[in-house]
Write a protein that binds this ligand. Structure first.
Ligand SMILES: Nc1ncnc2c1ncn2[C@@H]1O[C@H](COP(=O)(O)OP(=O)(O)OP(=O)(O)O)[C@@H](O)[C@H]1O
Ligand SMILES: [Mg+2]
Length: 593
């Protein structure tokens, strides 16, 4: 008897412990279903207390009714909790309906017949409650969809075995030993259920902490490599994977490159991670647009080659413009990611993708800002230089010519006054002097803005510029023009002319070329200008670095001019293979005739 009471007290302690655990979880999370389960555990604890009481005092029928009612209520709360988790899950309504139906029927039967038939009442209550627990387990499984980690499996197993325990003992005659044994096992199964819930709660807290740390890294990291290294480390620690790495797409070349690694196997890290270059299965899948799921499990070629655990999870890093990289996490042999872990990885992949996109945009913006301020500074200086040049030319060239003209006219006047004759040759000399001056004025005007551009249009202005400025400097230029019938917008004409002028002047200045080809083509709603030379070429990337424009303002100015009109300039060049500048502009759609 004493022995039975002690065991029963242990069972009671287990129920109370689970109740408190559930209560704490409810207070922390405010999840409704945890509230129901707390109430269920409280009812079961109360029932165990009543059992303990009836061991000591003769069992009054009222006690037995209370005990049965508490059992039915406890089972009812548990099934409510399971159904309330996700009422939209498939088949859950049926599970709830059957469970409640059984409990209510048993309740009504007990009220009507229970008083006389104490044993029958107990059996009915135990069977209905047992069935309700089994259905609560099924309801939980349906809400969860898959039971793929220890926590969810414990919760499910706890509910299932609680049901089986109630049904199994239902028909066994009740001795103090049986009561204590059945309650003890009942307490044990509920304890397993409670521990599952506790583990889940701890996992949730851990995930939140790591997500918080990841989001702090996303905020403060100095650039994509540091950001990826930190996120990879945190994710690796959270999911307890051996190693991992991240490939990021190089925006210039489009190739995927290794930018961060976490505990990379020695055989892969050797020789500056040479084994990580080139394609592999995951990158092939990515490029073939077959890596569409948030997380993929891939049999890794690189890992196979070094004889290591051969699978990794691949998490695409998504930005608003599509996938920009891939985070790979090596799965230790036999390890699978649970759905929750997959969902977490997918969230991390999305966040990281957006953070990298933001960092890149900021970098681009900073670079553009620098280019712009350099341009403005140089523009102001260039304006002053231009004025100085005009002033000098007016002074040196025209000043001298006009002075010579005045002196010659003066001399002619004195000769006429002195009664001497002015000859035709004298007048012709004066006329040539005046013509030279006029020529100089024209040249100055043309340099400032070729009037041919305004008068005859873009094609004529290009022809004039090539003929007068480029070809005399030893570069043969082929010009192809295919424009529509109507004149282009004057602002666009000026922009295209200035870009062509700069590109051709660069050919003269830098390329050491013997030939250049200029193509100006209007196609539908696009205008494109192409200037190609056969010169020495250059490294395009090295003229524009983090420090803004290094060479001159020519190339930057081209880009700015085009951007102002919604167009773009693309420069392709490699040392020793010539340079090509392509400018493209949108044209307004032709007005319907
Ligand atoms: N066609 C080309 N062939 C070879 N190198 C070129 C060519 N065009 C440009 N470059 C290189 O790019 C650099 C930048 O050109 P950019 O036009 O911006 O400046 P710049 O010509 O040196 O000076 P600015 O145009 O301001 O007078 C040049 O210094 C030159 O090294
Ligand atoms: Mg230039």
């Amino acid at each position: 008897m004493e022995y039975a009471a002690t065991i029963l007290a242990l069972a009671l302690a287990a129920y109370v412990a689970v109740m408190l655990l559930l209560l704490a979880t409810y207070v922390e999370t405010r999840f409704g279903y945890v509230g129901w389960w707390t109430a269920g555990a409280a009812a079961l604890a109360a029932r165990a207390a009543v059992e303990l009481w009836t061991l000591r005092v003769p069992a009054l029928p009222t006690f037995l009714t209370v005990r049965n009612a508490l059992l039915l209520a406890g089972a009812g709360f548990f099934i409510t909790g399971s159904v309330a988790r996700d009422p939209r899950a498939r088949g859950i309504i049926l599970a709830g309906f059957l469970g409640f139906g059984g409990l209510v029927t048993a309740g009504v039967a007990l009220l009507i017949f229970g008083k006389g038939e104490i044993n029958t009442a107990r059996v009915v209550a135990a069977l209905a409650a047992g069935a309700a627990f089994l259905l609560a387990a099924e309801g939980y499984r349906r809400g969860e969809q898959v039971l793929d980690d220890m926590a969810t499996r414990s919760i499910f197993a706890g509910l299932l075995t609680s049901g089986a325990n109630l049904i199994g003992w239902a028909g066994v005659p009740r001795t103090p030993g049986v009561i204590a044994g059945s309650e003890f096992l009942g307490g044990l199964w509920i304890l397993i259920f409670g521990l599952g819930l506790e583990v889940q709660s701890l996992q949730r807290a851990r995930r939140l902490i790591v997500l918080g740390r990841i989001s702090a890294v996303l905020q403060r990291a100095q650039g994509p490599p540091e950001l990826l290294r930190e996120v990879l480390r945190l994710t690796g620690e959270l999911l307890q994977v051996h190693s991992g790495w991240v490939f990021l797409r190089n925006t210039a070349s489009g190739a995927y490159e290794l930018v961060a690694a976490y505990h990379l196997p020695e055989a892969l890290a050797r020789n500056d991670a040479e084994a990580m270059r080139g394609s592999c299965r995951c990158l092939d899948l990515l490029q073939a647009d077959q890596l569409t799921q948030p997380v993929h499990i891939v049999n890794c070629l690189r890992l196979e080659r070094i004889g290591a655990a051969a699978q990794h999870a691949s998490v695409p890093l998504r930005s608003s413009a599509g996938i920009i990289g891939l985070m790979n996490l090596v799965l230790p042999g036999g390890r699978q990611f649970s759905q929750r872990e997959m969902a977490l990885l997918s969230t991390v992949g999305g966040e990281v993708g957006l953070a990298i996109e933001k960092a890149r945009l900021l970098e681009e913006l900073r670079e553009k800002e620098q280019v712009r301020s350099t341009l403005i500074r140089r523009l102001l200086t260039a304006q002053e230089d231009e004025r100085r040049r005009i002033a000098r030319e007016l002074h040196d060239e025209m000043g001298q010519s006009v002075t010579a003209l005045i002196l010659n006219l003066e001399r002619a006047r004195i000769e006429v006054e002195d009664g001497r004759e002015v000859t035709a040759a004298d007048l012709e000399r004066l006329q040539r002097l005046a013509e030279t001056t006029l020529e100089e004025v024209r040249k100055l005007i043309y340099d400032l803005r070729p009037t041919v551009l305004d008068d005859l249009g873009l094609a004529a202005a290009l022809r004039w510029y090539i003929h007068s400025q480029i070809e005399p400097r030893g570069v043969t230029v082929g010009l192809t023009v295919r424009l529509g019938d109507s004149r282009l917008d004057p602002v666009l004409e000026t922009a295209v002319f200035r870009i062509a002028q700069e590109a051709l002047w660069n050919v003269v200045k830098h390329a050491g070329a013997t030939r250049a080809d200029v193509e100006l083509v209007q196609e539908g709603e696009r205008l494109s200008l192409r200037v190609r030379d056969n010169g020495r070429g250059f490294h395009v990337g090295s003229t524009r670095g983090s420090g803004g424009l290094r060479g001159g303002v020519g190339l930057g100015g081209m880009q700015e001019r085009a951007a102002l009109l919604g167009g773009s300039v693309r420069i392709t060049s490699t040392p020793d293979s010539g340079t090509e500048v392509v400018a493209e502009f949108p044209l307004p759609a032709p007005a319907p005739s």
